[in-house]
Design a protein around this ligand. Structure first.
Ligand SMILES: [Zn+2]
Length: 253
């Protein structure tokens, strides 16, 4: 989203600079080539969408619209809603919903077995579950667990993604934020499908998606999908005794 429409052909950018046109004020990346300035990597000039959110939001939500009801791969159709808490700024509900949709529809995702598919419905429609993107405080309200403000969760028909993890991911998750986001969607939706926590199968192996990868890898490598090589990829049932790091803004112990 933030990159849309900002690409300027290099030749044009150079021509603008060579012609001493004033640097555009709109944040276009042509300023990277401005003279009399130290060289700056162009990437650092790409406008970054500012994301902000309070510790606890109001518990009111923007809803993603229903998706086009096209053909599905088959099996049971699970209907879900996508809600984003109002006070989360800089993440459009449609952008979040599209990441959810593409993750759920991925050939490595929960539809790979052919026995289920997903369809997003609108705010007022009957749904099998709801995927929320919420502030840490609202996460505690919806999860009704240990109120750690750090993790995401699934509680009944609520799949609750903590915006703090959505934006920051977790430390030492080498493949990066995109992979972590896929992981957290697949993990929490996996709970809604009835799967419990699983353990790392062995040092250096990919982690099962139902391992609590937010809290620790335990020798496994980050892995964000339920299926590998068209097979459901699992570990032994169980979970580690990891505790969640402090929530944002909390005093360090
Ligand atoms: Zn879990």
């Amino acid at each position: 989203m933030p990159l849309r429409g900002t690409a300027v052909p290099t030749a044009l950018a150079l021509a603008l600079v060579a012609g001493c046109a004033p640097p555009p004020s709109s944040g276009d990346n042509v300023v990277a080539a401005a003279p009399r300035r130290p060289a700056v990597a162009p990437a650092s000039k790409v406008p970054v969408q500012k994301i902000s959110y309070p510790a606890t939001g109001s518990g009111t939500y923007a809803a993603a619209p229903k998706e086009f009801a096209g053909p599905r791969s088959g099996g049971e159709v699970l209907r879900y809603r996508v809600l984003v808490e109002q006070e989360i700024n800089g993440i459009a509900v449609g952008e979040f919903a599209e990441t959810v949709r593409s993750t759920l529809a991925d050939p490595r995702g929960w539809t790979a077995g052919g026995d289920r598919s997903f369809r997003r419905v609108g705010r007022g429609a009957q749904a099998d579950f709801t995927i929320y993107l919420v502030t840490p405080g609202t996460r505690d309200d919806l999860c009704q667990d240990d109120a750690n403000g750090y993790t995401s969760c699934r509680n009944g028909e609520a799949v609750v993604i903590n915006v703090a993890r959505w934006v920051k991911g977790v430390p030492r998750y080498a493949p990066g934020l995109e992979t972590y986001r896929q992981y957290v969607i697949n993990h929490e939706v996996g709970h809604r499908l009835g799967y419990g926590h699983q353990l790392c199968p062995g040092k250096g192996e990919p982690a099962p998606v139902m391992q609590q990868q937010t809290l620790g890898m335990h020798g496994c490598k980050p892995h964000s999908w339920p299926y590998r090589d068209d097979e459901l990829y699992t570990g032994a049932a169980g979970q580690y005794n990891d505790s969640a790091p402090p929530r944002e803004g909390a005093a360090q112990p």
